[in-house]
Design a protein around this ligand. Structure first.
Ligand code: ADP
Length: 280
């Protein structure tokens, strides 16, 4: 179970991105974090695995207080938290298989990780998972030969390889067209059921959240202003979340998706890259 209590983040410039957020995530729930641009969605996702250090509050996963861990302990604990990124964060020049196997790097000794020497069962698991995400036969393709949807499937397969206790997805569909976005959301919900783990998805497309999530957490100005199933998201709840206008207007700018598609190899921070490579 993920337990978030009074989580707050003030950035060095003084921007209060989160003001004291609390919620639990259990079972194999698919939880969508929704809210207008700047509400704190990304900060929340990144504060859970301390990619962003929260200023105050606690996060625990199955009883382990992540917020108390030393850097070294945190590295180990992060094996249990798989991340899926908007820009996929694949290693472009490596094959699909190598990218997926990197989900196991956190489990190898330093030497084996350095030599990328994976046990046979990891390779087998990677093959099975690639079949499951619809990429059977693409093992040897280079990541940079794939379409956006295929890249995100690789990102999801890599997350599964971690055998995590929870998956965090930060805008996983923002760089994809509507049809591919739906396919990716469908896959994420399937994985949650099959692996019996929860998925927490930061998403600005409310329609996708309504269709695929079991539960929505609505953020506005860094605070939770709604927490419930999609059927409860009535007009007043929408007003609380999107005080400044309609959700469809806030972030879903087609130009942004187009721009984001180009962002494959230069966007993410070093730490994000290390997390996705299983090194952190
Ligand atoms: P969302 O994901 O909902 O768009 P963010 O979590 O990205 O929201 O941002 C929440 C607030 O924190 C915004 O006002 C944003 O400008 C600010 N913010 C985000 N990242 C940083 C940062 N690295 N430094 C300073 N302010 C930031």
């Amino acid at each position: 179970m993920l337990r978030v209590r009074e989580l707050a983040k003030t950035y060095p410039g003084g921007e209060e991105a989160l003001t004291g957020v609390s919620f639990d995530v259990t079972g194999n729930e698919v939880v969508a974090i929704i809210g207008p641009s700047g509400a704190g969605k990304s900060t929340l996702i990144e504060s859970i695995n301390r990619l962003t250090e929260p200023t105050r509050g606690t996060v625990s996963l199955d009883g382990t207080e992540l917020t108390d861990l030393s850097k070294r302990e945190l590295r180990r604990a992060r094996r249990d938290i798989a991340m899926i990124f908007q820009e996929y964060n694949l290693v472009e020049r490596l094959t699909v298989m190598e990218n997926v196997l990197s989900g196991r790097l956190g489990y190898l000794s330093t030497w084996k990780a350095f030599r990328r020497k994976f046990p046979k069962e990891d390779v087998e698991f990677a093959r099975e998972t690639l079949d499951r995400v619809g990429l059977g036969g693409h093992e040897r393709d280079r990541a940079d030969e794939l379409s956006g949807g295929q890249r995100q499937r690789v990102g999801i397969a890599r997350a599964v390889l971690q055998r995590p206790k929870i998956m965090l997805a930060d805008e996983p569909t923002s760089s994809l067209d509507p049809e591919t976005s739906r396919a990716v959301m469908e896959l994420l919900t399937e994985i949650a059921r099959d692996e019996d783990i929860p998925v927490l998805i930061n998403i600005h497309e409310v329609d996708l959240a309504l269709e695929y999530a079991d539960r929505l957490i609505g953020l506005a100005d860094g605070a939770v202003v709604f927490d419930g199933p999609p059927v409860e998201l009535d007009a007043s709840a929408r007003d609380r979340i999107y005080r400044d206008g309609d959700p469809s207007e806030s972030d879903s700018d087609p130009d942004r998706a187009a721009e984001a598609t180009d962002e494959t190899d230069n966007g993410p921070s070093l730490e994000k890259r290390e997390i996705q490579r299983g090194l952190n």
